[in-house]
Design a protein around this ligand. Structure first.
Ligand SMILES: *Cc1c(COP(=O)(O)O)cnc(C)c1O
Length: 393
């Protein structure tokens, strides 16, 4: 790797100079399902995974590989696997590492889709998930047995934005012979590189900041161990078939170039908006890791020194009714799921992300009716604040 260049440059250029066909300024979109072979011998060599060349886009595609290489370079990964969505990344990584009859331990707050996959779907395949508070290692220890294979977490988590001491969690995992798997969607490699802290496998929803414009569904799995990643890639893409479209990879490639600039702007805007919300009379509490009031602000200073990203969660004094009124009243900010877009998006996790969970389970994990989640976009912070001001009343 070329250590001479900084992140802003490495988001735009490969470490080694690599020319595109016809010296194209933008690497071309290979929108093709398959590739011809010069000879049977050559086709057979590629099919066995022997070196350069392509056969079939489910197994590999030049445009997709370019994007994977770019993100792997930023994340400090040896290899990656592009997939059709963030959920495909999570499913691919977890189903490779945990087999029927085995189990995983996961943080008790996770992205709602992951939470439901672990709670309701994986058990149907003989994979049990045990949720634990990763701040309490006695509790985590009590969940582990000789069939436990991975420790799975996000930090900050979605949607509460609480943080974990990633270094300690990883240490604990390795001391117990478990692989640490981390969802880095909220941070992107620009703000946090889990692999450098010992995490074994990183997953991303590329739909969010990696895409950045709300225009693509995609995902990626990244790791430090080439052999493991090769196996994950083969199983997830080739066998399960969770392929990313080359067109989406091509769009994601363009998004990668602006990722550093976008993450800075999201972080700056979110800090300003979080400060505003904290001072508002209708706001009961604000969770933003960059605010000194955040319960894990010290961890944010350790793990997110370059900015805490664009996500804020806050509670309104008027409860669910006040949330509904605010969502009905915003004009610039949009009432919309997803996150990480150039546009600011506001949503009510209690109604939209965790709507199928029983009330007592929702409150036990901290999904409260008075809570809103805001993905702070790249508009002028003053305009976002003015819109929230008029909507909060
Ligand atoms: C959105 C999200 C996912 C799921 O990604 P999709 O691309 O929607 O499948 C996973 N993890 C986190 C933290 C997310 O925000």
């Amino acid at each position: 790797m070329d250590d001479k260049h900084h992140d802003d440059t490495r988001a735009i250029h490969d470490d080694e100079r690599e020319d595109a066909p016809e010296h194209a300024g933008v690497f071309p979109l290979f929108m093709t399902s398959s590739f011809g072979s010069e000879s049977v011998e050559e086709g057979a060599r590629i099919a066995r995974g022997g070196g350069e060349g392509y056969l079939y886009t489910r197994m590999g595609n030049p445009t997709t590989d370019r994007w994977v290489k770019r993100i792997a370079q930023l994340e400090g990964a040896v290899e990656g696997c592009a997939v059709g969505s963030g959920m495909a990344a999570i499913t691919g990584a977890v189903m490779h590492l945990v087999r029927a009859g085995e189990n995983l331990v996961a943080a008790n707050m996770l992205y709602s889709g992951t939470y439901r996959l672990f709670r309701d779907i994986l058990p149907r395949y003989g994979i049990e998930c045990r949720f634990a508070n990763l701040r309490d290692f006695d509790e985590v220890e009590s969940r582990i047995d000789d069939k436990t294979r991975i420790l799975y977490f996000e930090s900050p988590d979605n949607p509460l934005l609480r943080m974990y001491d990633a270094e300690k969690v990883v240490e604990f995992a390795h001391a117990h012979g478990l692989k640490a798997v981390f969802d880095n969607t909220f941070n992107t490699p620009l703000l946090f590189r889990p692999l450098e802290w010992g995490v074994d496998v990183v997953v991303h929803s590329a739909t969010k900041y990696l895409a950045g414009h709300g225009h693509v569904i995609g995902g990626i799995i990244l790791g430090r161990d080439a052999e493991l990643m090769h196996a994950i890639r083969h199983e997830t893409a080739y066998n399960f078939g969770a392929t990313l479209s080359p067109f989406n990879a091509w769009l994601l490639m363009l998004s990668a170039e602006t990722l550093p600039v976008r993450m800075r702007r999201h972080s700056e805007n979110a800090l300003a908006v979080a400060g505003f919300l904290e001072g508002h009379s209708q706001v009961e509490w604000v969770n933003y890791p960059g605010l000194p009031s955040h319960p894990e602000h010290e961890l944010a200073r350790k793990y997110l020194p370059d900015g805490c990203g664009g996500m804020i969660t806050f509670g309104l004094k008027g409860g669910k009714d006040a949330c509904v009124k605010t969502l009905d009243s915003v004009k610039l900010v949009t009432h919309q799921v997803s996150l990480g877009d150039t546009k600011s998006l506001l949503m009510h996790p209690y109604s939209i992300m965790f709507e199928t969970l029983p009330d007592d389970e929702r409150s036990a994990i901290g999904i409260l009716p008075e809570m809103l989640r805001l993905s702070v976009g790249m508009e002028d912070a003053a305009d976002i604040i003015a819109d929230l001001q008029q909507a909060l009343g």
